[in-house]
Structures are given as C-alpha cells and as structure tokens.
Design a protein around this ligand. Structure first.
Ligand code: RB5
Length: 158
C-alpha cells in the first residue's frame, strides 16, 4: 500500500536517452503517490544519446548498497538496461510490460529493480505497472529458497 512501507522506502531511478522522458514522468508520479521517502535521479539528464549499461549499473549498485531500496531503470525497450543491471550481485531487475508482470516479479521473485521500456510501454500503462509494483509484497516461503539459489550463482562467480 502507498504510505505503508512507502514512507521508509527509497528509490533510485535511471534511464538512457530513450527512457529519459518516461523517467521524468515516473519520478513525478512516484512523488505524487508517496510511494517512497526519497527518489534519487541517477540520470541521464537529457535526451542526448548515452549508453544504457552505465545507468543500469549505477542504479543496481545504489539499490544493492542501501537498505529498503528499490530501483527503476528505463531504456527504449527495458531489455538492455535490465540485462546490465542484473550483472550487479544482489540486483533482481525485472522487465515488466504489464501490471501482472509487476505483481509476479514482486510476489515470486522479490525483484528489487523495475525495468520499463520507454519506447514500448505507454505512460498510463507504466503508471499502472508502478502502482502494482509498489503495492505488492514478496510472498517469501518457497520463493525465498529459489531467490537464494539465484544469489548463490553470483556469489560463486564472484
Ligand atoms: C537505444 O537506441 C536503445 O538501444 C536502448 O534504449 C535500449 O532499447 C536497449 O535495449
């Protein structure tokens, strides 16, 4: 629920040029809805062409370096930036194109980074995805064991 954990939750957000406009919109939306205590914009800060891995990794490092932190990453499709974010140990970035994806990513995968496609998902749909994301909790139980297995892979590889 908005305002439940929302008051203590912190959010880091980043995009490339293709996600820039959507990022600005979603920052305002999260603030308006009160989904987080703070929203930190890690760039990019214009529609000048940049490389999405730089922003995916910056968000993932910030999220994994803080308690109760979530990330949002946006590129043209959400694909490249989520691939990059998931290279950071502890990151669980999920590309969501519908509220159902967001619901399942939180409930079953305990995803901590929401990836969106600025060129593929219209802004009203992004808002619905964001609503579901912040209103859905991890279910734990058998899903925790599976998430731990994912993390064990990254630990072994260093
Ligand atoms: C940039 O043109 C585009 O490739 C990028 O935003 C993203 O869609 C990559 O996955």
């Amino acid at each position: 629920m908005a305002g439940q954990n929302g008051n203590r939750r912190i959010v880091f957000i980043g995009s490339d040029h293709a996600g820039f406009e959507a990022k600005q919109h979603i920052i305002d939306y999260i603030r308006e809805k009160g989904y987080a205590e703070s929203v930190t914009d890690l760039g990019t800060h214009s529609d000048k062409r940049v490389d999405y891995p730089d922003y995916g990794v910056a968000v993932a490092k910030a999220v994994t370096g803080h308690k109760n932190a979530f990330g949002i990453v946006i590129c043209g499709t959400g694909i490249g930036i989520s691939i990059a974010a998931n290279k950071v140990p502890g990151a669980r970035a999920a590309l969501c194109t519908s509220p159902l994806h967001a619901e399942m990513a939180r409930k079953h995968n305990d995803a901590n980074i929401l990836a969106l496609g600025g060129r593929t998902t219209p802004l009203p749909e992004m808002e619905s995805i964001t609503d579901t994301w912040f209103r859905t909790e991890f279910e734990g139980g058998r899903h925790r064991r599976r998430v731990e297995k994912i993390h064990a892979l990254t630990e072994k590889q260093g």
